[in-house]
Design a protein around this ligand. Sequence first.
Ligand code: G
Ligand code: G
Ligand code: MN
Length: 274
Amino acid sequence: MAREPAEPNAADVTPDLALELAQALVDEQFFLVYQPTIDLQTNAFAGVEALIRWRHPRHGVLSPDRFIEELEASGQIGPVGRWALSTACAQGAAWHDRGYRFNVSVNVSPRQFETPDFFRDVADALSTSRFDPSLLVLEFAQATLLGDRAQSTQRLEHLKTLGVRVAVDDFEPGTSALDELEELPIDIVKLDREFIAGLSTSSEATSLVHSLVKRSETRHLQVIASGIEDSEQRAQLKNEKVHVGQGYLFSKPHEAEEIDRFLEDFAIFSGKPL
Ligand code: G
Ligand code: G
Ligand code: MN
């Protein structure tokens, strides 16, 4: 599905971009931003999703929609994905050391998941950072998992021996293949943000959320709603017993230092209704 970029970009893609991408990792132009997730029932801070950005020397900060595909096509997703995993785990461990214990989610693209190195990349990121594996969530798009299901199952089970958890990203009830996904060892289902955007005007969407949550209880799945932008959506999702929420209503993605400030406010004002 075509999406508006979440943040405006400074320039259109140029052929140079592909070449420049090769140097970007060496030149430390990539950085991660983190978007908080909130327990909708208790208002507790639940975790963050790590999202990559490219600080381009001339075009400014570029969002992954502009360069992930190119990284995939050129095979550079291997080293860049490794960097993202190890950076996110190191940051998660640093928060943990300061007494904050929450999940850190990292997005995994199709080609990353396919490479034999991926398991070792995750294992290395965990052991180097000493981040608690049970706090690391790997997010996969449905299409990444549903290609060769037998192979996906095998890979996911192997990854899960590390103690990590697995999320299905951009899930759209009604159109997504829940039956097939449930055969895989998944732990978390993330509701698509465009689906959430349509929630208030569609009673059908509301009943789809209702049955998903009901089903998740017997399957021991956690349901996360992404793209929550207003308090009406939040109230509706809380009412439907959706476990966790993410979206601009709570916070945009921010660099780690800004998340630190968010956490401080959280500790101080944890009793306030968000
Ligand atoms: O952050 P933003 O909404 O612009 O992200 C756009 C897309 O890029 C999302 O679908 C997200 O899954 C993907 N993405 C963000 N960070 C990473 C990353 O570190 N690795 C991979 N493979 N994909 C990412
Ligand atoms: O596909 P994935 O869920 O990994 O994409 C996450 C992206 O969604 C982030 O890059 C972020 O910029 C964007 N995003 C997060 N919250 C919101 C929101 O409330 N509204 C919109 N429009 N985009 C959001
Ligand atoms: Mn994601």
